[in-house]
Design a protein around this ligand. Structure first.
Ligand SMILES: [Zn+2]
Length: 423
């Protein structure tokens, strides 16, 4: 059966979302503790208690603020798929972006959006010209901010959607599903969302993060990412007597940055184009450490960009023969598509589920990394499913309740597809 989220279920989804966004769970990129902010646990505690109320007897919050719970399979013993359906993980993160306040979030509701610009406050306007998706949400119930904080749809939309799916399963025992594991993680926004994630203990065979954006999108690709650490050693001499002696590491660094050119930068690329991004230069005349992010969707393109960077360095070395320049490459993460290709049904079933609820599925590549990419390399294949939120990390964040209901329906449909395919 296909789930439909309407009436009281839809209202419960909205109520959950509004309650969760009011809990401040802002992360802190400068904190070394885990979670980076204790307040993330305020929401985790609520979620663990609610999961217990929804019948997940094992629901618990760990010392890292992660929440884990199980929805056991309800397949009758004589069902052709009984005992054969893989355990599916559903994952979202409780923390919000460190750079924008998540305190005193005051969500504003538009009962039926009329298609015009939305004034958030005296300064902030959500313009249709900057938000092409607004046009697709005419007639929807929209939730936006008061323009002073983020909304937290990233990723409390995903959290509320998973909670609603669990509640719906409890209310509909006739809906047959295999074993489901729930995980709510902390510190996704600071890139530490899987730091304490024990894939084996979690026990899922496949998983989905509900942390995407637009209706119908399934993200199965991330960047391949390296950092190039360029070290430049100059030679300092009293500038009054420096002729033919001084080698200025700062000027060498500037020449390398300039040598990268205008075409290969994050600010001049999009879609599937790779980039080189010089983002930290620290030092002085004697020594500069330059960090360059290298990003591409394939290892081949990544290597190509790295070779290009090396050729820039080689050219600069000729101009500054007395400077010592070394370049070291650090691997950050790899495109999760390489892993998903090894067992693509995790993706195929999600695409099929989107289609079955009457939405056009869109495969997307993320110009970044995700917790799902890390989990995929830790042995748990985890594509990312849309959760509906827009303008992540911004005071102009907003979400459509209609898109959120579709995310719940897709989540439940994914579980159905797994049952059917396992019979
Ligand atoms: Zn997120």
């Amino acid at each position: 059966m296909t789930a439909t989220i309407e009436g009281n279920d839809r209202k419960a989804l909205l109520d959950r979302f509004l309650r969760y966004v009011k809990v401040d769970t802002q992360s802190d990129e400068n904190s070394e503790s885990s979670p980076t902010t204790e307040k993330q646990k305020d929401l985790s505690r609520i979620l663990a208690a609610e999961l217990k109320e929804l019948g997940c007897a094992d629901a618990e919050m760990t010392e890292w603020g992660y929440v884990f719970a199980t929805v056991p399979s309800n397949l009758p013993a004589d069902h052709p798929a009984a005992g054969k359906v893989p355990t599916i993980g559903l994952i979202a993160h409780v923390d919000t972006y460190f750079g924008t306040s998540g305190k005193d979030v005051d969500p504003q509701i538009i009962e039926s959006y009329d298609g015009s610009d939305i004034r958030l406050n005296d300064e902030q306007v959500l313009k249709t010209a900057d938000n092409p998706n607004l046009e697709k949400c005419v007639g929807h119930k929209l939730i936006h901010t008061d323009g002073t904080t983020l909304l937290g749809a990233d990723d409390k939309a995903g959290v509320a959607e998973i909670m609603t799916a669990v509640a719906w399963m409890k209310d509909h025992p006739e809906f047959l599903h295999g074993p489901v594991r729930i995980a709510f993680t902390t510190d996704e926004e600071v890139g530490r969302g899987t730091e304490h994630f024990d894939v084996e203990a979690f026990g899922a065979d496949y998983a989905y993060t509900l942390d995407g954006s637009d209706l119908g999108e399934i993200e199965d690709e991330t960047f391949c990412a390296d950092t190039a650490n360029v070290t430049i050693i100059g030679h300092d001499v009293h500038p009054g007597y420096a002729k033919n002696k001084l080698v200025n590491a700062l000027r060498v660094a500037a020449a390398i940055i300039e040598g990268i050119g205008d075409e290969l930068l994050p600010e001049t690329t999009e879609g599937r184009e790779p980039y080189l991004h010089p983002y930290i230069a620290s030092g002085d005349v004697t020594k500069v450490e330059l960090k360059v992010l290298v990003r591409a969707f394939s290892v081949e393109k990544l290597t190509e960009r790295e070779e290009f960077l090396k050729s820039v360095v080689a050219t600069v070395e000729k101009r500054f023969p007395k400077a010592k320049i070394s370049i070291a490459l650090d691997e950050s993460y790899r495109n999760m598509a390489y892993k998903i290709r090894e067992d693509p049904k995790v993706l195929d079933y999600a695409l099929e589920a989107v289609e079955r609820i009457g939405v056009e599925p869109k495969r997307q590549a993320i110009r970044g990394g995700t917790d799902g990419a890390r989990l995929s390399y830790m042995g748990l294949l985890t594509p990312n499913v849309f959760a509906g939120g827009q303008n992540f990390h911004s005071v102009r964040e907003w979400v459509s309740l209609e898109w959120m209901t579709k995310a719940v329906e897709v989540t439940l449909e994914i579980l159905s597809v797994w049952v059917e395919k396992s019979a």
